[in-house]
Design a protein around this ligand. Structure first.
Ligand code: ZN
Length: 148
């Protein structure tokens, strides 16, 4: 099994940016007349941290959370590290596997009308009963997965 592709660089940068911003906010909040600014920066950087975790957890919405991180980094008196993390997240795209095709248990490739033979790995039309290359019997699978 191959590792699911994740925006690690975007995640680490957003996370580091958020943590550094948080520390900066904590220091500011300890000072007398910048306390409100400090609290504001803490809140903004907490959102960056949440965004960093979310964009890593859910690669499908990396772009959305990247925008959140980006906007929050700008609001956070321009948190450069978070800013770069956000940009990386927005431009990040999962690598499309070229050798392996994603398919469900019956070998069907979603939305393509094609399927992968579980035995020999060749791509076939979805309506074939037997694999013409190795003779694999698809009906064995269909009987158990018709509720799809
Ligand atoms: Zn086959």
């Amino acid at each position: 099994m191959s590792q699911p592709d994740r925006p690690s660089a975007a995640f680490s940068l957003s996370l580091i940016g958020g943590i550094l911003g948080l520390i900066a906010g904590l220091f500011l909040s300890l000072t007398m007349w910048l306390a409100i600014l400090g609290v504001y920066i803490i809140v903004v950087n907490l959102v960056i941290l949440v965004g960093a975790i979310m964009l890593y957890q859910d690669p499908n919405s990396t772009r959305t959370w990247g925008i959140v991180v980006l906007v929050m980094s700008i609001l956070s008196a321009v948190n450069i590290i978070g800013l770069i993390g956000g940009i990386l997240a927005i431009t990040w795209k999962p690598k499309q596997p070229t050798s392996t095709v994603s398919s469900n248990s019956s070998g069907t490739i979603f939305g393509t009308g094609r399927r992968v033979c579980p035995q020999c790995g060749r791509i076939l039309n979805v309506d074939v009963k037997f694999c013409p290359h190795c003779g694999y019997d698809f009906r064995k699978f269909q009987s158990s997965t018709t509720h799809y």
